[in-house]
Design a protein. Structure first.
Length: 425
């Protein structure tokens, strides 16, 4: 037994010694508090849940499911084809987009969705994202029906995100989005850094800091003989997500080139959907560095295959310029894989919880972190991974996330005190 296989054995022993029964204490304490007042009906809106690769497609319905025990109902309204029934009981209502042409097709206009929201009996509206009509309609409904309105920017107010299609976004803001944002009762930020983005855009409403949640995979199902065999002789660094210029993947390849000679058996795997032909640009970069056999640009992975890749990686590397959360970091930690993240994502806790590295942008900082990670004995990386999973289970379990948000809803409806996780301008 060696390498990653030895690390997995060490992890199992450490979990048995430390135990995981107590890490839910924070969520349990919150759960013991009673949400005041009668049941609440909440409607969540977003542009789409069609892509399994998009973070909100998972996190918004999952949040609605976690809220169900604490509010009367938390439905999801979105655009697209009819979704199959979910096994968690969440109702996802889909509406067809009105026929439009050219650039207007991206706006997501739907008279049927708008009418459904305007005639809704919801107590509160909560939208996720910006720059589409499903993020505007609930603001109009909140104004007309005199209901509270929450808005989660989902990273779309970050400086890096605003640079893309900036002219279109300025026009959309002036015509539609500003009118909806003006009636926001409270923003939903997934990290303090997103509050900074909100304030930098000149928005002064209160903001609730509540991260996305995470479902922890069953490690016993992942640690099968095939997993051990796959990890034994094929060590690799993993980056998983959209293949887009804002992800800084060119810098990751440049960093890998600086450490490749010292670790000749290690590969770099970049996995995700290609956007705008950026994958070919990265392949040319790897070829120019004589690394075409050691840097692979691969199609997206979903479900068990995704978690298998995360579980068997030596380290997960996020080189992004800007993220409001980066679900892949939480997922990697949930399967006990240490993470390297740039300052572009709000994961300073990697350092605080000793489960990874939070580093500056650029190839130099990434190369230094990769050297340190790969030089570690497998047992030391395994210990870092254990700490990461315990952190995810303690602070990012959906139960605690939902209860925090339920108390924000109660406050907005004047049924409870202002929670401590709300910050003012």
């Amino acid at each position: 037994m060696n390498g990653r296989s030895a690390a997995m054995a060490h992890r199992a022993a450490a979990r048995a010694e430390a135990g995981e029964d107590g890490v839910q204490r924070c969520a349990d304490e919150l759960a013991a508090s009673v949400l005041p007042g009668p049941p609440i009906k909440v409607i969540h809106t977003l542009g789409s849940v069609a892509s399994e690769l998009a973070g909100p497609s998972y996190s918004v319905p999952r949040l609605a499911a976690a809220l169900a025990p604490h509010v009367f109902s938390a439905d999801v309204i979105t655009l697209g084809a009819t979704q199959p029934p979910r096994d968690d009981g969440v109702r996802v209502h889909t509406y067809h987009q009105d026929p439009t042409f050219g650039p207007l097709a991206k706006l997501g206009r739907s008279r049927a969705m708008r009418q459904a929201l305007l005639t809704s009996d919801a107590d509160l509206f909560h939208t996720h994202g910006l720059w589409m009509m499903p993020n505007v309609y609930p603001g109009e409904a909140a104004r007309r029906l005199n209901r509270p309105f929450m808005l989660a920017p989902r990273g779309m107010l970050g400086a890096g995100a605003l640079q893309f299609s900036s002219g279109v976004k300025r026009a959309f803001w002036a015509i539609w989005q500003k009118r909806a944002v003006d009636v926001v009762s409270c923003f939903h930020a997934t990290a303090p850094s997103e509050v900074e983005d909100i304030r930098a855009y000149g928005l002064r409403q209160p903001a609730a800091i509540i991260p996305n949640g995470i479902d922890l995979p069953d490690l016993s199902a992942l640690d099968c003989p095939a997993t051990h065999a796959a990890s034994k002789d094929d060590p690799f660094i993993l980056s998983l997500g959209r293949i887009h210029p804002k992800k800084g993947l060119d810098r990751l390849i440049a960093a890998f080139a600086r450490i490749a000679d010292a670790h000749p058996s290690v590969r770099l795997r970049i996995i995700g959907p290609d956007e705008g032909g950026h994958a070919d640009e990265l392949r040319r970069q790897a070829q120019a560095a004589d690394l075409e056999t050691r840097v692979s640009i691969e199609a997206p992975l979903l479900g068990a295959e995704k978690f298998h890749a995360m579980r068997t990686a030596q380290v997960f590397a996020l080189s992004t310029q800007h993220e409001n959360f980066a679900m892949t970091v939480a997922e990697s930690l949930a399967v006990e894989t240490p993470v390297i993240s740039t300052f572009g994502a709000p994961w300073q806790g990697l350092t605080e919880h000793r489960c990874g590295w939070w580093i500056d942008h650029g190839p130099d900082a990434m190369a230094a972190a990769l050297r340190q990670a790969l030089a570690m004995p497998p047992a030391q990386r395994a210990t870092m991974g254990e700490r990461g999973r315990a952190w995810m289970q303690r602070d990012f379990a959906w139960e605690g996330i939902a209860i925090k948000l339920a108390h924000v809803y109660a406050w907005l409806l004047k049924r409870g005190p202002k929670p401590a996780w709300i910050v003012d301008a």
